[in-house]
Design a protein around this ligand. Structure first.
Ligand SMILES: *[C@@H]1O[C@H](CO)[C@@H](O)[C@H](O)[C@H]1NC(C)=O
Ligand SMILES: *[C@@H]1O[C@H](CO)[C@@H](O)[C@H](O)[C@H]1NC(C)=O
Ligand SMILES: [Fe+2]
Length: 453
């Protein structure tokens, strides 16, 4: 019999009381304007129903060339941070040892959080693995080393019934890597909700790398006691910042197949001279477009946005960093924060520009705050498609020149493709590559078309 059982009813009682209070009084960290929202669906709590030594909240992430990081949590502090793995079920011919951490947040104490880096691994290969020597077997597939590659992109996920349908829709078609531009659990300081979120996403995140960057809901700072914030996020969702030369888990980059993906921080300093700015400048300078012809960036608070929600919140970051991305010829920028879908043409400095990135807002994962229903009227000619519905996006890169972007709306339990566009890489544009560099602003005027950009 589990000796901890007698304490469980009290703890879970406290937990549900706190959820109730939270539902009534939760801080509307995300609500600014007076726009009206489509009904959110209830938060789902995913209970802990395994033994204390078994892994829970298992998720994987890319961790430098040919490596994967496996992260999981155990209540039992004696479980070792080891992962046994191999390419056949039940047959583990490799073992990796990693690190562990834990944190405290007011009266909450996390379990033992394990992070173990596996590799080198073969591309496009299924690996079977067991965490800490306990519990059942998991498996993941490594991404391919060459095109094609497919990314699933969803922001502002939360943990509601809408979140569940979004995740089911994402998983219904195969993909290689999951990209999340911020706002994960909506725990908003209620730490058990981070655990519940970890358990909700485990069936998806244990099999494909989940690459995240932080949103405002990850911050959870508190004056004097937790002034820097991001305690839970940085402890649980370790990303390959060390592997990409970044000083902070809040921003980093990685290469996968022929894409270089830059994950930026809307909630760390970004002004010229700041650590993030210097890191980004150096990171972009290292990109070799012959190896990674596609360059993609993600951040939380959108730089372009015609929704009435969160107007202007990404503006100071845009002013600080847009030119770096433009000169590097970034192909696409994905943002979250606004709970709706919006796709723009190629832009630089508030004007259509054939050598600028395509901007997409994809903060429509399904969190408890509901949708941002109201858009500016009239719209901007730069905004090509906008809709306040929950859903997810997919970027399928076919080769060095062609990619297909699709957006899939949640029509209740159905997933419906509602927007699509073919993208041509900027490296394949002779005009844009010739003009990149210091005098790179002399570029062709935008030739924006609905069907191909
Ligand atoms: C444990 O929880 C998961 C997720 O909620 C559920 O699918 C599973 O059936 C549960 N298992 C048991 C033994 O209750
Ligand atoms: C790249 O992929 C697109 C879409 O499948 C195809 O039309 C095009 O011919 C491909 N280009 C090359 C060079 O293979
Ligand atoms: Fe947000």
């Amino acid at each position: 019999m589990d000796p901890k059982l007698p304490t469980r009813p009290l703890l879970s009682h406290l937990f549900f009381v706190s959820i109730l209070l939270l539902t009534i009084f939760h801080p509307r960290a995300d609500s600014q304007g007076e726009y009206c929202r489509h009904p959110a669906r209830p938060v789902v709590i995913t209970p802990h129903n395994r033994s204390d030594s078994e892994p829970q909240q298992v998720h994987i992430s890319l961790a430098g060339r040919d490596h994967i990081r496996v992260s999981w949590i155990t209540e039992d502090k004696k479980v070792q941070s080891v992962v046994e793995y191999g390419t056949a079920p039940g047959k583990y011919d490799a073992v990796a040892t990693g690190k562990h951490t834990s944190y405290q947040y007011f009266f909450y104490r996390s379990g033992k959080i394990h992070h173990v880096r596996l590799g080198p691994l073969k591309p496009e290969t299924t690996y079977y693995y067991r965490c800490g020597g306990h519990g059942s077997e998991f498996s993941f597939k490594t991404p391919p080393s060459t095109f094609p590659i497919e990314f699933a992109v969803v922001g502002d996920l939360g943990q509601t019934e809408w979140t569940k349908s979004t995740l089911e829709h994402v998983a219904a078609t195969d993909y290689d890597v999951f990209l999340l531009p911020g706002d994960l659990s909506y725990a908003d300081s209620q730490q058990p909700l981070w655990d519940s979120f970890g358990r909700l996403v485990e069936p998806y995140a244990d099999g494909r790398p989940w690459m995240t960057t932080e949103g405002n809901h990850e911050e959870e700072s508190f004056p004097i006691i937790y002034p820097h914030g991001f305690t839970a996020y940085n402890s649980r969702w370790v990303m390959p910042y060390e592997e990409s030369g970044s000083p902070s888990n809040l921003y980093y980059s990685f290469d996968v197949a022929g894409a270089h993906v830059v994950m930026l921080a809307s909630y760390a300093e970004f002004e010229p001279g700041s650590p993030q700015y210097k890191w980004l400048e150096a990171d972009l300078a290292r990109v070799d477009r012959r190896i990674t012809p596609w360059l993609v960036a993600l951040l939380h608070a959108p730089w372009y946005n015609t929704n009435l929600a969160h107007q202007g919140e990404g503006e100071s970051m845009r002013v600080a960093m847009e030119e770096l991305l433009f000169k590097a010829r970034v192909d696409v920028v994905f943002a979250g924060h606004v709970h709706a879908y919006e796709r723009f043409t190629r832009i630089f400095d508030d004007e259509g520009n054939a050598c600028g990135p395509v901007y997409v807002t994809i903060g429509d994962g399904g969190n408890r705050e509901g949708l941002a229903l109201s858009f500016k009227s009239p719209s901007s000619p730069l905004s090509l498609f906008r809709e306040p519905s929950f859903g997810h996006g997919r970027l399928r890169i076919f080769n060095g020149t062609h990619a297909h972007w699709t957006w899939h709306r949640n029509d209740d339990s159905q997933s419906t493709m509602a927007d699509e566009v073919w993208l041509g890489s900027l490296v394949s544009s002779r005009n844009c590559m010739r003009d990149s560099g210091d005098d790179g602003l002399q570029v062709q005027p935008s030739a924006s078309s609905k069907d191909e950009l």
